[in-house]
Design a protein around this ligand. Structure first.
Ligand code: CA
Length: 409
């Protein structure tokens, strides 16, 4: 008799095979309490229920309403829990216990997987910063500001408006003033944009008054997810001088429902671009044991049409350098802190991670099946996906981040 096919028999080449195992939080119609899940193929394993069924000591970390307890448990626990989960989904002896705890992805609701503590966003792509400099400061001597290659530039964003993939985004309203306008006006943004980014999730906290060195990056950062830093360019352009982004970005930031642990991305580590200036010792990663970059292949689609394929490997500043910069003044880390990489843009026009660059501030509209686009229209859906090289020629899929624009309130 042929064996029954099992959801645990994930097809070879599936980017969500047992080499990946990203974490999320889900609920089901029959049990609406959010709980920790692990994605395997097209299914979600109820990780807490699995731990309880097997009498695992990790039930105290997994039988939880979100990932906070696991994030706070630290790197050794992250490794041990991942090892256990890998066994639960691959060892045949566990199969009968695990199969009833698997839910098809399309039958669950996914939730924001952890409480976002602080949210910081960086500006780490040289190509993006150069393009934006040329667009916003055409008369400047050089498109990059003098500090750009000496420190990772960032700003503090709004943690309370980080939303999970699939959440509608209400078009923001605000104040704007074009160069030719006699006075500012108020109304819904007419230049609503995306920024395709990668978000890094802090697990282990740090003490206020201490800096986190480059070498301790993996002691503190649990994993990453895709991030869309929705941006109202008209509001941003009028308000950002001299203190930086504010209401043009704080209305919503979307993150994927799945957090990919850094351990799943070891095969994707890659050297960052060569540095043009010597770096101060706290940022100098030339002698680090592991390369600080990640080879993530990102794809951005508007209403189903791919409009850009930004390569994360081109980012000038690494996540470890950003963490070192964020804490070098003694600022502490908290469990659940999230920091964005900044818009990911490569050297090629087809690799630009926002509409501001893709359309050169509206000058060169994109051709979509439903018409031309400069900036986003109500009803538009933006979906960012990515994959990374995994072990033995596999691919590691990152969970998508998607959102639809709905009219201003
Ligand atoms: Ca950004």
């Amino acid at each position: 008799m042929p064996e029954q096919s099992s959801p645990l028999d994930v097809a070879e080449g599936d980017p969500f095979g047992p080499h990946n195992l990203p974490y999320g939080v889900f609920s089901t119609p029959d049990r609406p309490e959010p709980r920790v899940g692990v994605r395997i193929g097209d299914h979600v394993l109820d990780a807490g229920a699995a731990a309880l069924a097997l009498g695992s000591p990790y039930a105290r970390l997994l039988a939880q309403p979100d990932l906070t307890a696991l994030l706070a448990a630290g790197r050794n626990a992250w490794r041990d829990v991942r090892r256990a989960l890998t066994a639960w989904v691959t060892v045949p002896a566990h199969r009968a216990d695990m199969e009833p705890l698997l839910h098809p992805l399309d039958a669950v609701t996914l939730h924001l997987p952890y409480q976002v503590a602080d949210y910081v966003d960086f500006y780490a792509s040289e190509h993006h910063a150069t393009n934006v400099g040329q667009i916003f400061r055409p008369d400047a001597e050089t498109p990059l500001t003098p500090n750009w290659k000496h420190l990772p530039i960032g700003y503090h964003g709004r943690a309370g408006t980080v939303v999970v993939s699939g959440t509608d985004v209400v078009r923001p309203a605000g104040q704007r003033k074009g160069p030719a306008d006699p006075a500012p006006v108020f109304g819904p943004s007419t230049r609503l944009d995306i920024e395709a980014e990668v978000g890094f999730v802090v697990g282990t906290p740090s003490a206020q008054g201490t800096a986190v060195p480059l070498a301790d990056f993996r002691e503190h950062v649990f994993g990453l997810s895709l991030l869309n830093d929705w941006s109202a360019r008209d509001i941003q352009a009028w308000e950002y001088v001299p203190l930086g982004p504010f209401l043009g970005k704080s209305f919503a930031t979307s993150v994927s429902a799945w957090v990919t642990p850094l351990e799943a991305l070891d095969a994707a580590r890659t050297a960052p671009p060569a540095r043009d200036f010597p770096l101060l010792p706290y940022l100098d990663d030339a002698d680090e044991d592991e390369p600080g970059g990640y080879d993530l292949r990102i794809s951005v689609a508007v209403n189903g049409q791919v409009v850009a394929e930004p390569p994360f490997s081109t980012m000038y500043w690494t996540a470890a350098q950003q963490l070192a910069q964020m804490t070098v003044n003694g600022a502490s880390l908290r469990t659940g802190d999230l920091y964005g990489s900044g818009t990911v843009s490569g050297a090629e026009p087809s690799q630009r991670g926002c509409l501001l660059e893709l359309t050169w501030n509206g000058r060169d509209p994109l051709e979509l099946p439903d018409g031309k686009r400069t900036f986003l229209e109500d009803g538009d859906t933006v979906t960012i996906t990515a994959w990374a090289p995994g072990p033995d020629g596999t691919r590691v899929g990152l969970g998508e981040v998607t959102g639809r624009i709905v009219p201003a309130a």
